[in-house]
Design a protein around this ligand. Structure first.
Ligand code: ZN
Length: 449
């Protein structure tokens, strides 16, 4: 059976991930993401009403025109998890393919909301939900199967999809860290990865997430970030002024920790901002998390402002608002608080907790710098970088190679500089660049069999 891999997006950048695997006449697409930084750099762009080709020209979504060079039919579109760099282009590109979206429950719920928000294209894609640990047959040959292996990442319900073919397994390894004590959900299923590496024809190809490939050591568990956060919040127990926290809205485990620790120090947590309401509301609706019954979640401007008014009337010392704006996004809640555009008034000594790191990208760095300065000018004390990464570092990469023992490797999810650490690691393990390690760029097709 012929096996080809099209590296469509995310091979020259972190963002707009998209990869297609052809096994015989069956094609499966893994991820269809957005490059958010290409959108945010323009003021007031609303992607909901934009055409795909314009977004491709901007570099915001994958240029999927290379798909016409793959001879076969797309049988499934498989997003690995709900981050926008993996699902954010489904609403712009999926309608070109006569194939269902297959994803885990939380991911599919987010895809569904993306499709509902889309204004330019009709959204008639069928959504098929499959849990981690399950397998489905692809196409009519009866020899190609799609399996979801449970992984741990900075969003719940993440999987690594595996396409089983007569030539061996193709393992799509984006995005994960090796977490054996996650705060929500099951640990990463390393047992299954080791089995896949040793059963049948073994692993034909491993496509790997190289986000942290230049970082030594091991990525800590979410439990480490949780204890760090507990230490910081508990240290503020006797403070009788304002405490505000921010984190990634999609990071449900972190939001859960913040909510618990706010309660522990006798403050009522409140989630504020459109995406806080969206992600936490969805996670609670699908029973991934059990928040206190009185936890307020407010997304619309009016309800946010009335919530801030209530906090100011009843006393800032009784509340802990958890808000959007961890990257200093100009229109997010924390930045608006810094500019004094909300009813919440910061006083000298008030605490602002960033349970996030700055995504190392000039636009983010500039915006975050500005937001922090604005908060500081109002007297806020900033607690920074209470976070662990969602991506493997070098020892995790080593362990994955040991478990899977792949014949071919394709590094992904970085630019050339970012991929270099991973190429070094694989060549030190006996792989050879150009022979079995295939460094690609967007729009290439690699013929494996
Ligand atoms: Zn991710």
């Amino acid at each position: 059976m012929e096996i080809e891999i099209a590296t469509i997006g995310g091979y020259e950048e972190v963002g707009r991930q998209m990869t297609a695997v052809r096994a015989g006449t069956d094609i499966v697409i893994f991820d269809m993401g957005l490059n958010l930084s290409k959108v945010l750099i323009h003021d007031n762009i609303r992607t909901e009403s934009m055409h795909s080709l314009d977004l491709i020209d901007m570099g915001a979504i994958p240029d999927d025109r290379v798909m016409s060079d793959l001879e076969g039919d797309v049988k499934a579109i498989v997003p690995t998890h709900g981050h926008l760099d993996h699902i954010g282009a489904i609403s712009k590109l999926a309608h070109r393919y006569d194939a269902p979206v297959v994803a885990t429950p939380f991911t599919n719920a987010l895809v569904e909301q993306e499709l509902q928000d889309e204004q330019k294209f009709g959204s008639d894609s069928e959504l098929i939900t499959m849990d981690s640990g399950e397998t489905m047959s692809i196409g009519d040959s009866g020899t190609v199967d799609l399996e979801f292996v449970n992984v741990t990442h900075s969003i719940i319900d993440a999987i690594n999809p595996v396409l089983h073919t007569p030539e061996g397994a193709v393992v799509y390894g984006l995005d994960k860290r090796m977490d054996h004590t996650p705060v929500i959900g099951d640990p990463i299923d390393m047992k299954r990865f080791r089995e896949i590496g040793r059963e049948g024809e073994g692993v034909l190809c491993y496509i790997e997430d190289c986000t942290n490939a230049n970082k030594k050591g091991r990525t800590p568990s979410e439990n480490v970030a949780r204890e760090h956060l507990r230490d910081v919040i508990y240290s503020m127990e006797d403070y009788d002024g304002g405490i505000v926290a921010t984190t990634f809205s999609s990071h449900i485990a972190r939001v859960k920790s913040l909510v618990e620790f706010a309660d522990d120090i006798g403050r009522q947590p409140v989630l504020l901002g459109r995406s806080m309401e969206k992600y936490s509301g969805t996670a609670e609706r699908l029973d991934f998390v059990d928040f206190p019954d009185d936890l307020g979640m407010f997304g619309h401007r009016n309800s946010v402002d009335s919530s801030f008014n209530r906090i100011m009337n009843e006393g800032k010392e009784n509340f802990l608002p958890i808000v959007t704006g961890h990257q200093g996004e100009p229109r997010a809640m924390l930045t608006r608080m810094g500019r004094g555009e909300t009813p919440y008034e910061l006083d000298d000594g008030d605490k602002v907790v960033f349970s996030a790191r700055v995504i190392p990208e000039p636009t983010n760095e500039g915006q975050r710098y500005q937001a922090e300065k604005l908060l500081g000018m109002q007297g806020a004390r900033v607690y920074d970088d209470i976070h662990v990464s969602g991506h493997l570092c070098q020892e995790g990469h080593y362990e994955m190679l040991d478990a899977l023992q792949p014949q071919h490797i394709i590094p992904a999810h970085q630019n050339m500089k970012g991929l270099s650490g991973y190429v070094d690691l694989t060549t030190n393990q006996g792989y050879k660049l150009g022979r079995d390690v295939h460094v690609s760029s967007n729009g290439n097709i690699i013929q494996l069999v």
